[in-house]
Every structure is written in C-alpha cells, then in structure tokens.
Design a binder for this molecule. Structure first.
Ligand SMILES: [Cu+2]
Length: 116
C-alpha cells in the first residue's frame, strides 16, 4: 500500500509542471514560470505532522521541520496541495515526510509519504 502511494507520488511529481497544472497561468508558456518551480528531485524531504486537511480547497496544514529547499525554519503553516488526491490517504495527526516547492509564489506540497 505504501509502495503504491510512493510510486504514484513520484509519477505525479514528474508531471508537476505539466500544462494541465498551470493551465490557468498565462505565464506558463514563457518558460520563465517553469524555472521557478524547484525540480522535484531538488526538493528535499521535510518532516511534518498533518494538522488539518481541507480537501475542498486542496489545502493541508502541516507542523513541519526545516524545509531546506525553501529556506524555511520549523513552523506550522498551510500549503496548497499539488492535487487534492495526494491528501486523501492522510488525516490529522499523521506523521509524514513531504516535498514542497515554491510554485510561482504558492507554496505547494508535491508529494507526501509516511513519516516515522
Ligand atoms: Cu513553513
């Protein structure tokens, strides 16, 4: 089960900059926008605990440790999910490891897997 989720997350991460994701952003064809998204491989795993999930808004609140690729110290904050689907396996209180990136100023969770 966890392996399936991880594989799906990797596949989804690889499509993070797919046109469908950025369809509402008319900068997406410029090439500039794509450069602002951290490559998924460069977004290190961060540790966190799920505090709140809002599937209707596609947002997740995470009490997270340091996020090196975002230069962010530990804090509790809300992220946009790359897709609401990546939030569905999780619930409040779950320990997770996740990758987040700055998607044109929107801090976005790219993938989530089980933490320790
Ligand atoms: Cu933060």
């Amino acid at each position: 089960m966890k392996i399936v989720i991880a594989n799906a997350s990797i596949a989804l991460a690889l499509t993070f900059s797919a046109p469908g994701i950025a369809a509402s952003d008319h900068e997406s064809h410029s090439g500039h926008a794509a450069m602002q998204i951290q490559a998924p491989a460069g977004a290190q795993m961060a540790e966190g605990v799920v505090k709140k999930i809002d599937l209707s808004k596609g947002r997740v609140t995470i009490a997270h440790g340091e996020i090196a690729n975002l230069g962010m110290p530990p804090m509790t904050m809300s992220f946009k999910a790359r897709s609401p689907d990546i939030l569905k396996p999780w619930k409040e209180g779950d320990k997770i490891r996740f990758r987040a990136a700055d998607n044109k100023g929107v801090l976005t969770v790219i993938s989530i897997e089980a933490g320790k």
